[in-house]
Design a protein around this ligand. Structure first.
Ligand code: VAH
Length: 312
């Protein structure tokens, strides 16, 4: 049985649905800080959980006899920069609580890291799996600390911890909240609604991106991978594309020729974006567990627009 925190979030909402259809509704326990008011996650078990409440987390995991914990509840980069103290308490407090539950109940463990775990002194192009990690954002500090803590729980306590460094994730189901890469989602909504988009990230700023179906598949693939093949654990570089705002503009124009992008750069998020790599190297994930994303920017754009057309 898999217990998920942050199940109503950007990743959680799609991961929960996908795992429920794969393993059965009752085998996936969804938790989030708020009620699933719209019933978007379906009929499987759902519990309201504040991840900073260690006792409650433990109780829920025990009640449902979880054997895997997927810990997704966290504050994203731009929000974390606005409130670093809250970010530390929530991102690190939640993680250590989840790891403690995993240790006590002997469960498998997944939590996402991010390209935010890199910083200005990291090589920007073809960023290696093992390289300098000196991020300059609170979110990045949380992610590097989280990677180290997960490795520690594996080495010290034998908890089967696994993770990936996700790039900006693009999806049509649940919008991200307070990230630096959110523009790459907003652009599709605005293209369909208004035929134009004002980007808060500057022209020529490259970041890694991935379509959500590839992201949830990667999680399942990594968790099912043979442990003896894993040289790394926390966390694997994974990316499907490196793109700048103008790449989204061009890709969208193939479907909506009159679409136009202009710029009104937000200095806070621009600075965060510039501190991250342009393009990371995902070969360790490919070699060790067969990471194989299916969507490039064009295939993703076609699907996003088609899916959103009926929703927006
Ligand atoms: C953010 N989407 O922008 C997140 C992420 C790739 C970065 O972790 O904060």
């Amino acid at each position: 049985k898999i217990m998920i925190t942050g199940a109503l979030g950007q990743i959680g909402s799609e991961l929960t649905t996908m795992l429920r259809s794969k393993y059965g509704e009752n085998n996936v326990i969804a938790t989030d800080i708020r009620e699933d008011e719209s019933g978007s996650l379906g009929n499987g078990p759902f519990e309201v959980l504040d991840v900073t409440d260690a006792g409650q987390m433990h109780e829920i995991a025990k009640k449902y006899q979880a054997d895997t914990i997927m810990h997704l509840a966290a504050l994203l980069s731009a929000k974390a920069e606005n409130n670093p103290q809250l970010a530390w308490n929530l991102n690190m407090g939640g993680l250590v609580n989840a790891l403690e539950v995993a240790r006590d109940l002997n469960t498998q463990f997944f939590t996402p890291s991010s390209i935010g775990a890199f910083g200005p002194s990291t090589p920007k192009e073809n960023t290696p799996q093992d390289t300098i990690q000196r991020p300059t954002t609170m979110y990045g500090v949380n992610k590097v600390s989280g990677e180290l803590l997960c490795d520690y729980y594996f080495q010290r306590f034998g908890v089967d911890t696994r993770g990936v460094r996700f790039p900006g994730l693009i999806s049509y189901v649940t919008k991200p909240g307070g990230g630096t890469t959110d523009y790459a989602v907003e652009v599709y909504y605005e293209a369909l609604k208004n035929g134009k988009y004002t980007s808060y990230i500057g022209e020529g700023t490259h970041m890694d991106m991935m379509y959500m179906p590839d992201a949830v598949n990667a999680i399942v693939q990594l968790m099912e991978a043979d442990a003896s093949k894993l040289e790394h654990r926390n966390a694997f570089n994974v990316s499907a594309m490196s793109a700048a705002p103008e790449d989204f503009e061009k890709a969208i124009q193939k479907h909506i020729p009159e679409f136009k992008m202009d710029y009104d750069v937000d200095p806070v998020r621009q600075k965060i974006a510039e501190s991250w790599p342009n393009a990371i190297d995902s070969s360790a994930a490919k070699d060790e567990w067969g990471f194989d994303p299916k969507y490039d920017i064009h295939k993703m754009t076609e699907d996003m627009l088609q899916q959103l057309k009926v929703r927006v």
